[in-house]
Design a binder for this molecule. Structure first.
Ligand code: IVH
Length: 680
């Protein structure tokens, strides 16, 4: 970038951030969303890092840092933060109880059973009733001071006024608890991150711990963190029991989990474990087990601890969501790139709320390693993700006559092409481009939501059309209009469904070049790589002409991708198909100016609806700007709408968008975003 452009941009960002700070901190009336604020800060930090000559001490990036701690000091815990021993079975829990009984002898004791929240532990000190310091668990002896970040969690009280426990005022005390992000908030946060092209968090726990370690507390404040307190300690007051402490925490306004239960015996504890192992999916947050604690604090002291874990508490960890069922058969899925994936066909079985009929078997090495045979009883697991997998065989239930499974040598389609396994790869491939499964896969990918999003052309329709010979390549999609009569004769096809399909096909012609490039299905060219290539090379023609060196000298493009791109465009069949797509009117040019970082435009590839009276732009101008930055406007709100921009007196569209959970921003925010994107 030229220095004038950089300084102008830095000045622009500083002004925007200062206005936003003023509105947020002083006027209590934010003018932009937290997400947009984060974007401005991130861009300014990046520009200042890359161009230190333009850095000045009065930059709002420094203000953020000095207002709010931006380095984490190491702090020793006054009392070590112990960890817990884990148990995984009833037997181990009963053994724990026997150890307790051995020490406590004839004394009567009860347990407090609690949900084990899957988050991040924190210790918070209050002095004279005021929130004084928050520290991470760290290594149990020392943690990091994250006071300002934890103070942003609105549900944690900043001060406690004259609260009395047994006639003593509770003013100097420590609470401990688990900070977490609810499942729904986690999904929402990830979809916002996706909107701005940021890396997604793997799970709610990671997102909570990543957030707590952020240097900029203003970003932390925008994240939906929650906490459940599970520990209270005060040097001045002799507290009696854990269950009473939980009540005190609740009374002083510290959120506590509502499902804790005092259990008179270990058997009641085991019932509690069973109950929550079954009900864990009903909760708004993730739990990974139950924490079992001796309730009386006197008993806790008597029991003490060994090395770093107490003798008075233990965790009962839930097993991952597992079950067993019969393996009826193994089929093979052929992916659009010819990858052969073995699929377990199972005796249907219910696992955490859904019926599982099929599960992945990974690859041939996995089947050999685990010696999986048809007719075996297999263990099915559902991890944090949605796809269930076969994890092992229950050998004790194996039929003596079972026969070892051998991976096929040929493709399951009627061509029966010999499969290949490239050196160093775990997968087998069918390299015949005419293989019907690959054809179906390529066309389905082309029309999928992430690619050209053609309404009415889902997987089932693609399969049907390929089988009938109506589609052989994705270029044939644009000839379907001429085959209208033939389609009308098919079962379940009427005028309306055909019109829908043809509309969907027509709309795909307005999709940006990056989407078209992704839709072509070039190996290793995912949606992000397609955006980068479309931005760097600007048009398909330039990309086809790009040399290997040009490709690999592009940021983020490695040898594998470059080779794959060159291979794809050196294939005559691919070029013929592309030429037909060009004739059909698909977009093979990136209209965005190269000096605009279009990949990071929050409008890129999004479907956006405008509603209400706009004050800053005409409708036409707003639509043109959205398109300039890679988005598309649509006149009605549906499930497919990514963003609603509202002007004055917005009505039904706003209500509908809200009920569908569509992201909504005001015109002012839109204007700020647009101005943030425009080079001066
Ligand atoms: S009590 C010695 N209660 O689990 C007592 N911990 O594996 C230790 N955790 O570091 C803590 N929910 O991060 C306790 N209701 C709960 C909990 C809980 C989650 C976490 C905590 C701790 C880890 C121990």
């Amino acid at each position: 970038m030229f220095s004038k452009i950089i300084t102008d941009r830095i000045n622009f960002l500083k002004i925007q951030i200062n206005i936003a700070n003023d509105n947020y901190y002083l006027k209590n009336n934010p003018n932009i969303s937290d997400l947009e604020y984060d974007l401005l800060i991130a861009e300014l930090v990046k520009l200042e890092e890359e161009n230190p000559e333009y850095f000045s001490i009065d930059s709002p990036t420094q203000l953020v840092g000095s207002d709010i701690t931006n380095s984490f000091a190491q702090v020793s815990h006054k009392r070590p933060m112990l960890s817990l021993g884990n148990t995984y079975s009833r037997e181990e829990v009963l053994n724990f109880d026997s150890r307790v009984k051995n020490i406590l002898g004839d004394e009567n004791y009860s347990y407090s059973a609690e949900l084990k929240i899957d988050g991040v532990a924190v210790s918070i000190h209050y002095e004279k009733g005021k929130f004084y310091q928050a520290v991470t668990r760290g290594n149990g002896e020392e943690g990091e001071e994250i006071t300002n970040n934890v103070k942003t969690i609105k549900s944690i009280p900043l001060s406690i006024n004259n609260f009395k426990v047994y006639d003593y005022i509770l003013d100097d005390f420590e609470i401990r608890g688990e900070i977490f992000i609810k499942k729904n908030d986690f999904y929402l946060m990830n979809s916002e991150r996706e909107l701005i092209g940021e890396k997604l968090f793997a799970n709610p726990r990671n997102s909570a711990s990543g957030t707590l370690k952020m240097l900029d507390s203003t970003i932390v404040a925008s994240r939906p963190l929650s906490m459940f307190g599970y520990y209270l300690y005060s040097e001045n007051i002799e507290l009696k029991s854990h269950s009473e402490n939980l009540k005190i925490l609740k009374e002083i306004g510290v959120p506590t989990n509502p499902h804790s239960r005092v259990c008179k015996s270990i058997f009641e504890v085991l019932d509690y474990c069973d109950e929550w192992e079954n009900k864990r999916d009903e909760l708004e947050y993730e739990i990974d087990g139950v924490v079992i604690k001796i309730d009386s604090l006197k008993h806790q002291d008597e029991l003490g601890f060994v090395s770093k874990a107490p003798r008075w508490a233990i965790a009962y960890k839930f097993s991952s969501k597992k079950t067993t069922t019969k393996l009826k058969g193994i089929t093979f899925q052929v992916g659009r790139l010819g990858t052969i994936t073995p699929v377990a066909e199972l005796e249907p079985i219910l696992l955490s709320g859904s019926t599982i009929r099929r599960a992945t078997l990974n690859n041939s090495d996995f089947i050999i390693l685990k010696d999986i045979r048809i007719g075996d009883t297999v263990v099915i697991e559902k991890g944090g993700d949605v796809i269930p997998k076969v994890s092992e065989v229950v050998i004790s239930e194996r039929n003596v006559n079972s026969i070892q499974f051998s991976f096929p040598t040929h493709c399951p389609c009627h061509f029966e092409t010999l499969l290949t396994r490239p050196d160093g790869e775990v997968n087998f491939y069918c390299e015949n481009p005419d293989c019907p499964s690959q054809i179906k896969g390529r066309i389905s990918h082309f029309s999928s939501r992430a690619a050209l999003d053609i309404e009415g052309l889902g997987e089932k329709v693609v399969d049907q059309f390929v089988e009938l010979g109506l589609l052989e390549t994705y270029a044939d999609i644009y000839d379907l209009e001429s085959k209208k009569k033939q389609i009308l004769e098919l079962e379940r096809w009427g005028i309306k469904s055909i019109e829908n399909l043809l509309n969907g096909i027509n709309e795909s012609k307005n999709k940006p070049f990056a989407k078209v490039l992704f839709a072509l299905g070039i190996r290793h060219v995912g949606s992000t790589v397609a955006k980068i290539l479309s931005y760097e090379f600007g048009s398909l023609n330039s990309l086809i002409e790009a040399t290997f060196d040009q490709l690999v000298s592009t940021n983020e493009i490695g040898v594998k991708i470059a080779e794959s791109v060159i291979r794809f465009f050196s294939n005559d069949t691919n070029i013929k198909i592309i030429n037909r797509l060009k004739e059909s009117g698909l977009n093979f040019e990136n209209e965005m100016k190269k000096n605009i970082d279009s990949i990071n435009s929050p409008f890129f590839g999004k479907t956006i609806v405008l509603t209400g009276t706009l004050m800053h732009y005409s409708r036409e101008k707003a639509s043109a700007l959205i398109e300039e930055f890679g988005g598309k406007t649509s006149s009605s709100v549906s499930k497919k709408t990514d963003l609603l921009i509202v002007g004055l007196d917005a009505g039904s569209k706003l209500i509908k968008a809200n009920s569908l959970g569509v992201k909504i921003i005001t015109e002012d925010v839109f204007k700020n975003m647009i101005e943030g994107l425009k080079p001066n």
